[in-house]
Design a protein around this ligand. Structure first.
Ligand code: FAD
Length: 481
């Protein structure tokens, strides 16, 4: 037993010494742009792997956590628990949060490169893909990104104009974000009121007339991008009933056996929901007052309107070309049908943007041009998370990105590929101060956090988010002075 423990202890110290060896001779200082999951997991890996390395995390908003705060649905609080891990990372003495600093605007990439041993771009996907069809700019045609930002309190989306005085809503997309939006539109208000959804969204949803939500996908049931947990949650939504056309599932049973397990389980659930629902489910759906519909093999081609008022969505029927189990293509049959609706939400993907003129960027993919996380042609510059590989996957995938990027930088340090002993945030904060930019520290964020939690308490919510940047900055200034 003693022998075993001794072995464990020496193994532990050997591992620690190996980690320290990455950069034991000089101080390394890494700047990270963005404060979502990719940033925090990169920082965690770096701090763990090297004892004399410091990390500064720059965020354009006064508040941290990216899409964990502004993307993850309010009725999924358990997903937001990662914030506890992220807070531990930034509470490390060697880590700082510098909020309210937009890189590319308040400070350039060149200035960051000058100040840091390495700079990591982890600024996510801040834009969205368009349908590129007639009528897309009409009122009440809204991107998923803006709608999600609106109900989650993202400051830039608080003046979003939307009209919920409509019975039918079309959501273009068959991913988890599309299901999030459908759920928010259909969940009984008394349940939503207990979440951190904004007061403003609750008010708007309380007068919503939405009865039917149509989710439109260009391909078939075998190609849906949502996951089983999210689909099952939809089937159990109180007072709502799924409407699926059994014809869409006719031949699906033939393919089930050969599918990989996660896809097979999801397809079975889709099939059972459409073709032979359980008795208990049917009972549950009996008192539904609202419905949600999955439409397959349809692509939007035109938004139908009278003046500025949306009347419907023209869809073209598609067929699949290529092996059905191996990413087949949706091809138009040119036959169209019209779906009546008064609101259209487009959920066809987020997209990264180029934040600095000096940044190599792949505009087609909407990602920083990179090779496995190294920005092409710029030594010392890295990228990770959604801005490096596109807006796909969940926090777990982004965690892997962050860990890999952290390891890559530690390896480059060990191989002496990076310049050490750089000044880090002191020089940047001095410049920002001179330019009149008010920065927000992690302690400042804690004040905002406490104020939000306090305000939420009286309404029986986990928090009431502040949605106005000047209000956040005023609070921080008031409490500091
Ligand atoms: P982000 O989380 O987007 O973080 C990027 C950060 O960079 C942001 O804080 C942004 O403000 C900041 N930034 C941008 N530009 C600049 C700049 N110029 N200067 C400084 N800072 C900047 N995953 C799950 O596991 N479970 C879920 O339930 C779930 N729900 C989701 C719901 C929605 C609507 C969306 C869109 C995604 C969801 N995800 C979910 C996926 C998850 O949110 C992503 O995997 C993850 O957030 C990506 O992390 P990131 O750090 O790359 O980007």
């Amino acid at each position: 037993m003693i022998k075993k423990n001794l072995f464990r202890l020496s193994w532990h110290f050997w591992r620690r010494s190996q980690c320290r060896n990455y950069c034991s001779t000089a101080d390394a200082h890494v700047g990270i742009v963005g404060s979502g999951p990719a940033a925090f997991y990169t920082a965690q890996q770096l701090l763990k792997g090297c004892q004399n390395l410091k990390v500064d995390i720059y965020e354009q908003l006064p508040v941290p956590f990216g899409l964990v705060r502004y993307g993850v649905a309010p009725d999924h609080p358990e997903v937001k628990n990662v914030i506890n891990t992220f807070s531990k990372v930034v509470n490390n003495d060697r880590c700082s949060f510098v909020g309210n600093v937009s890189v590319g605007k308040d400070v350039s990439l060149a200035q960051l490169k000058e100040a840091y041993t390495a700079v990591v771009l982890a600024y996510g996907a801040n834009s969205e893909r368009c349908l590129n069809i007639q009528g897309e700019n009409l009122p009440n045609v809204i991107s998923a990104r803006n709608f999600v930002g609106w109900y989650n309190g993202l400051p830039e989306n608080q003046n979003l104009e939307l009209n919920l005085d409509v019975e039918d809503v079309a959501i273009v997309g068959h991913g988890n974000v599309a299901l999030d939006i459908a759920r928010i539109l259909l969940t009984p208000l008394e349940l939503l009121k207990k979440t951190d959804i904004t007061e403003k969204a609750i008010k708007a949803l309380s007068s919503s007339k939405v009865q039917r939500v149509h989710l439109i996908g260009r391909r078939g049931p075998l190609q849906v991008a949502f996951t089983i947990k999210e689909f099952r949650e939809m089937t159990r939504l109180p007072k709502s009933r799924p409407v699926l056309d059994p014809d869409d599932f006719k031949h699906l049973a033939d393919y089930l056996e050969d599918l990989p397990r996660p896809r097979r389980r999801l397809t079975e659930l889709l099939y059972n929901t459409a073709v032979k629902p359980l008795e208990k489910d049917q009972k549950m759906w009996a008192d539904a007052t609202r419905t949600w519909h999955l439409h397959f093999l349809r692509s939007p081609v035109e938004i139908l309107s009278e003046g500025l008022s949306i009347k419907g969505l023209r869809l073209v029927k598609n067929k699949l070309e290529g092996p059905i189990k191996n990413n087949p293509k949706a091809v138009s049959t040119h036959e169209t049908i019209d779906l009546s609706c008064g609101m259209i939400l487009t959920s066809i993907g987020y997209k990264g943007v180029k934040i600095d003129p000096d940044l190599p960027f792949d505009h087609n993919k909407g990602v920083v041009a990179n090779e496995n996380g190294r920005v092409i042609g710029v030594p010392g510059l890295y990228c990770t998370g959604w801005v490096s590989r596109g807006p796909l996957g969940v926090i777990l995938n982004t965690m892997t990105d962050g860990i890999d990027t952290g390891k890559l930088i530690l390896k480059d340090l060990k191989d002496n590929r990076l310049e050490v002993n750089k000044p880090g945030k002191d020089v940047i904060i001095k410049k920002l101060k001179e330019a009149g930019v008010q920065t927000v520290s992690f302690d400042d964020w804690k004040k905002i956090d406490s104020a939000e939690i306090l305000k939420g308490e009286s309404a029986g919510k986990p928090r009431e988010k502040m949605v106005d940047i000047s209000e956040m900055l005023n609070l921080v200034t008031k409490e500091t002075s």
